[in-house]
Design a protein around this ligand. Structure first.
Ligand code: NDP
Ligand code: DXP
Ligand code: MN
Length: 392
């Protein structure tokens, strides 16, 4: 039977890997693409839609609709544009939806797919970071199935034992490109350098989040909601090779791990073939060639993001939403050379302090309001930091 799929964020790193995984697992004979969505890369979106015979292609940017229409003229692919059209794409009747829009912009469309009961392959971590309880309520309300795709959470999902509650959730972290750098060197890091992840090929924003370890901070909060883990059950260990994707410890002291090459097509193919395991051409691990796997504790001084995530977890309420919105604002300022690399954590810390006590958002509009309030405050905090050129 042909399965209908939708890819939210098809033009990004995860979106492109998803299209490859669909080809691995049977292509057009096994899958019919209902909708693809992108934002700025309209040429790629149109090419993807033609190639896989999508019914609908949507750009989140209304100004790009004429370009999308021109690129798809004569193809029979429907077109639409704007944030509401992305939500409507998620509402269309695909049984399996890849949620791969970057950032908080992915929340509303992914919620829509969950509410109507799709199998949601969740790459976007911000849904759970900004609105964990709300998002899980939508999953329950829609009787949706949530399959984690973030490599760590996919790994944990794969080794969870239905018969025993986990004692520890152990997230592995590569440590990013500045794992061994001094604070002095890190202070002068440029965006071009920060996007160079040592192991994974990913979009620019998550690559920089890996460099600050804010990616791991988001993943701690993601794990809290996905696996209903208490904050003190969630640990982070630096593992520079990114071969062990994460681990779960049980009450008898046993630790189960999932291993594989650092290639997201593995986690995506798993989400497509769940509850089975379809054969894939993923590279096989050669343990003799690997020879060693290293581990060390993260350095809290050089990577304050982990401490901030723990504080957000302990504060609860709207702290996850505040942490993410402040982080996204600071990340954009860093990418535009308006603040330095180490300033990102300073901005997030100040925003968390100023908005301490923000209540947990009870509805989507509350998330948007807290997100907007935090972004405005974080933008002021960024403006207060000395310009990068003045500090050079
Ligand atoms: N890349 C990876 O290996 C991993 C990614 N993730 C998570 O998955 C998500 C996607 O990451 P990644 O693929 O790297 O990101 P990319 O930046 O490569 O892709 C992001 C996608 O979102 C689209 N997009 C950007 N802004 C908007 C918007 N405002 N509204 C709607 N769509 C938008 C982009 O469109 P366009 O490009 O056309 O502008 C693109 O399709 C993130 O949440 C990330 O944290 C999790 C684990 C691993
Ligand atoms: C592929 C994936 O899931 C990323 O989130 C990855 O984990 C990033 O690597 P870091 O461990 O450096 O954050
Ligand atoms: Mn990850």
């Amino acid at each position: 039977m042909v399965r209908r799929v939708t890819i939210l964020g098809s033009t990004g790193s995860i979106g492109r890997s998803t299209l490859e995984a669909l080809d691995w697992l049977g292509g057009r004979e096994a899958f019919a693409v209902e909708a693809l969505t992108g934002a700025s890369n309209v040429a790629l979106l149109a090419e993807q839609a033609r190639r896989c015979g999508a019914r609908l292609a949507v750009t989140a940017d209304p100004a790009r609709l004429p370009e999308l229409r021109a690129a798809l003229s004569g193809s029979g692919v429907e077109t639409a544009a704007g944030p509401q059209a992305v939500i409507e794409a998620a509402a269309r009747p695909a049984e399996w939806v890849m949620a791969a829009i970057v950032g908080a912009a992915g929340l509303a469309p992914t919620l829509e797919a969950a509410r109507r009961g799709a199998v949601v392959a969740l790459a976007n971590k911000e849904c759970l970071v900004c609105a964990g309880p709300l998002f899980l309520a939508a999953v329950a309300e829609g009787a949706a199935t949530l399959i984690p795709v973030d490599s760590e959470h996919s790994a944990i999902f794969q080794v969870l034992d239905a018969r025993a509650a986990p004692e520890r959730i152990i997230l592995t972290a590569s440590g990013g490109p500045f794992r061994d750098w001094t604070l002095e060197r890190m202070a002068a890091v440029t965006p071009a350098r920060a996007v160079q992840h040592p192991n994974w090929s990913m979009g620019a924003k998550i690559s920089i989040d890996s460099a600050t370890m804010f990616n791991k901070a988001l993943e701690m909060i993601e794990a809290r909601w996905l696996f209903r883990a208490e904050p003190d059950q969630i640990e982070v260990i630096v593992h520079p090779q990114s071969i062990i994707h994460s681990m779960v410890g049980y009450a008898d002291g046993a630790v189960l791990a999932q291993l594989g090459p650092p290639d997201m097509r593995g986690a995506i193919a798993y989400a497509l073939s769940w509850p089975g395991r379809a054969p894939t051409p993923m590279e096989r691990l050669d343990f003799a060639a690997l020879s060693r796997l290293d581990f060390h504790a993260p350095d809290p001084e050089r990577f304050p993001a982990l401490r901030l995530a723990r504080a957000a977890l302990e504060r609860g309420g709207g702290a996850g939403c505040v942490l993410n919105a402040a982080k996204e604002t600071a990340l954009e300022a860093f990418m535009a050379d308006r603040i330095g690399f180490l300033d990102m954590a300073r901005v997030v810390e100040a925003a968390l302090e100023r908005l301490d006590g923000a209540p947990a958002p009870a509805a989507l509009d509350d998330v948007f309001a807290l997100d907007a309030e935090t972004r405005a405050m974080a933008a002021e905090l960024c403006a207060e930091r000395a310009p990068v050129a003045a500090r050079a």
